[in-house]
Design a protein around this ligand. Structure first.
Ligand code: SER
Length: 317
């Protein structure tokens, strides 16, 4: 039996991960949320929910104690473009929040999963097949909190024996909950436009490659790393994982194979473009494959077929 607390259970990853974990385990799978981001009916009616503000250490501790939590999925964060608009809040949630989670985990013996990101890399990082262990010098607040979070999570493991684990997610694509405020969001929005039969205005310039992943693979990564035998771990915080890399023309042309009338125009957003330019074109995920058996299942074609089918169903098209 496992008792899990998901902090940020109503967000892009949390809304789907909560339901996946409830389908897998019999224990208390607690959906933590903040007022203003209440759980939907599916989450509310399938298991316990609790108000857990990551900036409130006591609230986390009380929930962990009440539900005998052994594993915390720490999914609270501001994505990259929003974090640039609100850097102080991004630090408070990303670092202050992580510190609270780690302190509770240390005192109450919980394992902790915290997503990291391709955002830990910066302009000086090798761009193609970016290695696991390389320069991490981002110039965004999002990246700064993710690098610092990786270091702090490793520190808590080495110093206090807290079972901290993490993966560096690429841009995540899903038809369920929109991301809201990331640099890679265009790769979600483009499917919404295609499914609705609208022209897509692309905020990222032609030729800008970034790593992306379909949500089912990302959820599997989050579960599999926490299930993995840690005796094979050389790394912990955090593992490069990858499944596909593309630039706007590639995804546009892929969608056109299924929606021949689909149109895209460019209207580049300088903030998001600068962030995208500082991120890798593609990651090398050999260490994740070797240390815990990571393997993606979806490529661009499989993802495109599924996204378009699910979104057209959603919009009655
Ligand atoms: N999807 C995130 C963002 O664009 C990257 O981890 O901010």
């Amino acid at each position: 039996m496992k008792n899990i607390l998901i902090i940020g259970s109503t967000g892009q990853i949390g809304s789907e991960l909560t339901m996946k974990l409830r389908g897998m385990y019999n224990g208390n799978i607690v959906a933590g949320y903040i007022p203003g981001a209440e759980p939907n009916e599916t989450i509310r009616e399938s298991g316990p929910c609790a108000i857990v503000d990551i900036t409130n250490e006591q609230q986390i501790a009380e929930t962990v104690s009440r539900y005998k939590i052994d594993t915390i999925y720490n999914l609270a964060a501001l994505l990259s473009a929003v974090a640039e608009a609100k850097p102080q809040l991004a630090w408070k949630i990303g670092m202050g929040g992580l510190f609270n989670v780690l302190e509770v985990a240390r005192a109450m013996n919980c394992a902790v999963f915290t997503p990291s990101s391709i955002g830990v890399f910066g302009n000086n990082t090798p761009k193609d097949k970016t290695p696991q262990d390389t320069i991490r010098n981002p110039r965004t607040m999002y990246g700064v909190t993710k690098v610092s979070g990786e270091l702090l999570s490793d520190y808590y493991h080495i110093r206090f024996g807290v079972d901290t684990r993490s993966v560096r997610f690429p841009g995540l694509i899903s038809y369920v909950t929109p991301p809201g405020g990331g640099t890679t969001d265009y790769a979600v929005d483009i499917y919404y436009s295609a499914a609705k039969g609208e022209t897509f205005e692309c905020p990222i310039a032609q030729g800008t490659f970034m790593d992306m992943m379909y949500m089912p693979d990302a959820l599997r990564a989050a579960v599999e790393i926490m299930e993995a035998d840690p005796s094979k771990f050389i790394h912990r915080n955090s593992f490069n994982i990858a499944s596909m890399s593309f630039e706007p023309e590639i995804i546009y042309n892929k969608i056109k194979e299924y929606e021949p009338d689909f149109k895209m125009v460019y209207n580049v957003d300088p903030l998001r473009q600068a962030i995208a330019d500082s991120w890798p074109n593609s990651l090398d995920d050999t260490c994740a494959r070797e240390e815990w058996g990571w393997k993606p299942e979806y490529d661009l074609d499989a993802m495109t077929r599924d996204m378009l089918a699910k979104l057209k169903e959603k919009f009655g098209k």
